[in-house]
Design a protein around this ligand. Sequence first.
Ligand code: PRP
Ligand code: MG
Length: 212
Amino acid sequence: MSKIKIAIQKSGRLNEDSVKILKDCGISIDNGKDQLKAQTRNFPMEVMFLRNGDIPQYLRDGVVDIAIIGENVLIEKGKDISIAERLNFSKCKVSLAVPKDFEYNSIQDLDGKRIATSYPNTVNQYLEKQGISAELHQISGSVEIAPNIGLADAICDIVSSGSTLFKNNLKEVEVMLTSEAVLAVSPKISEENKDLLKKLQFRIKAVLKARN
Ligand code: PRP
Ligand code: MG
């Protein structure tokens, strides 16, 4: 019998809640985290633990059939990938922030400035729409340190509790998008696995309903 391959985040903020929602769907993962690939009980499924940023490409290539991923990652590098279900956890914003003493009045103030981010496509599209051009510095983590070390005038990153901005003396000035965890689907999923996806979605819907 066919098994549906699902990607979930290997480590990071989505990992725990992703495992939890599967568990609430009655699907328990054998071993889990220490393996890159794990089998499940009670559902024909194989779990792959992957890095967030790699998941859109794995979906595109059909290496995995579905994934639990932050919508913000799909907006950045997986606009072609479809969403089957919104999962109502890991809610966050992707925002622009500047040092607290930056006298910010409008987005115009960022014209020609240096912005550090892990989300270059998202930032570029946002700025383009506003008719602004900035110099982007792409870094993969700890983005909020950039203004303090003189690398950038502003940053764009995920804001959840806001504590990372606060600790780094930054203030949020523009919310570019809001995001939550979603169930994403590979364009290459087989008909057989589409049926499994339907069954899984049925369980997910019930779980989400019970949580509300
Ligand atoms: C993420 C994100 C922000 C922070 C937002 O970073 O990049 O920096 O969380 O959360 P908060 O508003 O609750 O502080 P993470 O800690 O995952 O590390 P990384 O940037 O090095 O990937
Ligand atoms: Mg960070």
